[in-house]
Write a protein that binds this ligand. Structure first.
Ligand code: BTN
Length: 221
């Protein structure tokens, strides 16, 4: 895909601004005053980190796979770091959260919001331990790498299908085969992380049964 990068100083949320932009735009901001995380959580957004939103077309295929493709593209944009993936698309470094992804569908667009801790990471009010890259990469350098890696994963999807994306995702995933805990809105499940299926659902084997989970928070234990 061809991308046009638009850079702003401070915005409320790049995901909100991206709604008004054409498909193929990458909205970047130096800081956000109302950065959002998954499940309506706050994404603290001080100057120095990456806040970017990619405007994709809303197609069936992307609707299904873009979440995994984004995790993979992000991880593959950071080859000099020993990063891993946590379902569905968090990027971890040393077991701590380095980046988060928020997908929002608005009519004919899928907005992929990406936050990467480049120079700092929050310590207060966090659900999960966090880390940052110590300023070794600039926001624009990372966005340029991401554009290249998105192209690579999109062409894998075209040529080889989701199976191949899934394989690469699993190669980078943290804790496959180990015990994890998954927080769902109404319960917590503990079991063995068996992998993901072709719909991208997380497969969790508890002592009772095997669950296919489409949404939830994973904790590594
Ligand atoms: C999460 O892990 O909960 C997802 C965090 C996503 C944060 C990014 S920063 C750029 C974009 N704009 C937002 O308001 N949120 C996303």
């Amino acid at each position: 895909m061809k991308w046009e990068i638009k850079q702003f100083n401070e915005v409320s949320s790049t995901n909100t601004l991206a709604r008004t932009m054409p498909i193929g735009t990458v909205v970047m901001a130096e800081a956000q005053t109302a950065g959002r995380g998954r499940y309506g959580r706050v994404w603290q957004s001080p100057i120095g980190n990456l806040y970017a939103s990619f405007v994709f077309p809303n197609t069936d295929k992307l609707q299904k796979y873009l979440s995994f493709m984004t995790g993979l593209a992000l991880a593959e944009s950071l080859p000099e770091f020993d990063v891993h993936l946590k379902w569905p698309n968090d990027v971890l470094l040393d077991g701590k959260k380095l980046a988060g992804v928020l997908l929002e569908t608005v009519e004919d667009k899928i907005i992929v919001g990406i936050g990467v801790n480049l120079v700092s990471s929050p310590t207060k009010n966090v659900l999960y331990p966090t880390t940052h890259l110590g300023g070794l990469l600039s926001p624009i350098a990372l966005v340029k790498r991401l554009i290249i890696q998105y192209d690579a994963v999109l062409s894998i999807l075209e040529k080889k299908g989701f199976e191949k994306i899934k394989q690469r995702w699993l190669d980078l995933a943290q804790n496959v085969g180990e015990i994890i805990s998954v927080h769902l809105p109404d319960q917590e499940l503990v079991g063995i992380f068996k992998g993901i299926n072709n719909d991208g659902a997380l497969i969790l084997k508890t002592t009772q049964k095997t669950y296919k989970i489409m949404a939830g928070d994973v904790f590594l234990i």
